[in-house]
Design a protein around this ligand. Sequence first.
Ligand code: NDP
Length: 355
Amino acid sequence: MFDGFLVNFVIRFTIHSLKFHFNMLPNYSLTHPRYEKMTYNRCGNSGLLLPAISLGLWHNFGFVDSIENGRNILRTAFDSGITHFDLANNYGPPAGSAEENFGTMLKHDFATHRDELIISTKAGYAMWTGPYGEWGSKKYLVSSLDQSLKRMQLDYVDIFYSHRPDPWTPLEETMATLDLIVRQGKALYVGISNYSAADTKRAAEMLRNMGTPCLIHQPKYSMFVREPEGELFAEIERQGMGCIAFSPLAQGLLTNRYLKGIPADSRAAKPHGFLQQEQVSEFAIEKVKKLNEIAQQRQQSMAQMALAWVLRDRRVTSVLIGASSVEQLNVNLGTLNTLSFTNDELQHIDHILNS
Ligand code: NDP
């Protein structure tokens, strides 16, 4: 009788495990032609190739968001050749939840594909209370990355960033910590974000002298935010670094999203969205309407033209987009069909942006 119970238990447990296993099995197969659809660009002078379009998890992946929607976006991204996913300790809300959700999805869907993925995270902004929860000290950066690895259930990230320069911590300490993290095997490469051209030069030189070259800079760059064209891009190029442009759609302003007001499900309408309603100004939308006419002549959507425009600069390795739906992601991937601009188009765009 005991034997019968045991056999029954083993059979039921096996069926349950198989069901669970099959539910969780990735849809992916090694023969999927995902990589043929994407363009890969070399990241500065490094050995690393990054997709021309990368996906960021700043919005739409927190506990406040639908995990099913996030999961569909990630699966579509990966199946379209997007190999790079960008996170930070504080993405959510609540802070940390984007990493935690990403870790769960990674485990269920991409566990067998870890070596095909470039996963980045960052530390620099406020993450926990007390004097050690933000900025650029060794204490904060090391603790924060350890927490990020736990949340994402990873042994290492591919890129770890200093998210912002710290005016009070010596740059030497912040850069020595990035070097340490690579030597400890917790990150393969390091990068900096929101650093000025002068700080980029100092940071890159320090890291090079320590034997850990600075792989990449992550600045904000779009048709509406052109400051990096001043000194930053030139410095990035001089240092042999790559560049990944964040918020290339100006958080959605450079799309057709706000052409007829502020939709209820848009970032500008959400209480936790970073795009403020004041930023959706008449002045900005008038420009977008004019830009959209050029996009239509190019047979592109506004979003596609805005992304192609960022990628027109050969110093930009990748555009780091956000998407709140699979549909948006697919539109944005269509950018790669029409990347080039005529001189007339570029001049016309400049004229609109400078008017
Ligand atoms: P984008 O400028 O690409 O804005 C993304 C938003 O634009 C989407 O969430 C969506 O908004 C809207 N959108 C996207 N595609 C379309 C489309 N085809 N049609 C209509 N609307 C569209 O980038 P993010 O501001 O999201 O930033 C991208 C990533 O950059 C972040 O996830 C993060 O990884 C990184 N980042 C880094 C920072 C740093 O300091 N280093 C700071 C900020 C971002 P909606 O929700 O309204 O649909």
